[in-house]
Design a protein around this ligand. Structure first.
Ligand code: SAM
Length: 274
């Protein structure tokens, strides 16, 4: 997850091979800890335009295929493609059905023909893409005129409790970086897609302790992959410092972890130039 609100920071991009390997390793554990991912994807499904009946959909960054199966149930007549950069995720998803085709690929360079789908659904995947402008431009290219891109992603403010707690301990980058909401707004506005809806909503999860949160991030494959992250194991004293620093956020329900989720629904104009 990369904050490209700071342009010209190529050294701060997570390596895509690392992202793919991390998610491939997480394929078996992912579904057991994906509470937030379920809530966000379901909220995104609810935002699809009402009378919309695509004949071909793409689940972009499909992971274990949970939402490919949901799309298949919602649009039983349609043909679906699940696409992910992590082959381990695709293998896992293929076994469980949902999509008709499983394709390895990158959201920034889709291996799909122009105007080949009517719906692109992408939940909690494009925060891993450094070049969101390229994601939008590829979406525009592969959508048919009138087609819809529905995305959910993360923006600045996500995991701020963990970030601030680490900051108090050693000032190093322990949490993935995120784009700002304003950057999503600007890039969507410049995309030649019509913005039907774009807003951010916080989702807050609670954990009994910090280790439950960090173990979950690892099981999801979503732990910190940024360059600049500290190498090796986390020392006992630093871990102790983290636990202490995080305690100041404690609420009656437990330790909060905030996710700032951006939901966007965009449409390719039915006629060029509209
Ligand atoms: C947090 S998971 C979400 C999976 C699924 N959409 C869900 O909501 O359960 C993110 C997925 O995005 C994939 N991903 C990350 N970067 C990608 C890229 N550049 N192109 C395609 N998929 C990518 C990861 O491999 C991973 O499977």
């Amino acid at each position: 997850m990369t904050d490209l609100s700071l342009p010209g920071l190529p050294g701060a991009l997570p390596d895509k091979r690392q992202v793919a390997a991390s998610f491939s390793r997480a394929a078996a554990s992912y579904d057991s800890v994906a509470e937030l991912q379920r809530a966000v994807g379901n909220a995104l499904l609810e935002q699809l335009p009402g009378a919309f009946e695509p004949q071909r959909w793409l689940d972009l960054g499909s992971g274990t295929g949970y939402f490919s199966r949901a799309l298949n149930r919602r649009f039983p007549q349609a043909a679906g493609v699940a696409l992910d950069i992590a082959e381990g995720m695709l293998l896992h998803a293929r076994e469980q059905g949902g999509a008709h085709h499983h394709v390895a690929g990158d959201a920034e360079r889709l291996p799909l023909r122009d105007a080949s789908v009517e719906l692109i659904f992408t939940s909690l995947a494009v925060q891993w893409c450094g070049d969101f402008r390229a994601v939008l431009s590829e979406a525009r290219r592969v959508l048919q005129p009138g087609g819809v891109l529905a995305f959910a992603s993360l923006c600045v403010g996500t995991l701020h409790e963990l970030r601030e707690s680490w900051q108090a301990v050693d000032g190093l980058v322990h949490v993935n970086r995120f784009r700002r909401l304003e950057d999503y707004q600007r890039l969507c506005g410049e995309s030649e897609l019509k913005v039907l809806g774009l807003q951010a909503r916080p989702h807050v999860l609670h954990y009994p302790d910090v280790r439950s949160l960090t173990h979950e991030l690892k099981a999801l494959g979503a732990h910190n992959l940024n360059p600049g992250r500290p190498a090796g194991l986390t020392g006992r004293a630093r871990m102790q410092g983290l636990l202490q620093a995080y305690e100041r956020f404690r609420q009656p329900q437990g330790l909060p972890a905030t996710y700032q989720v951006v939901y966007g629904v965009l449409q390719k104009p039915p006629v060029e130039g509209e």
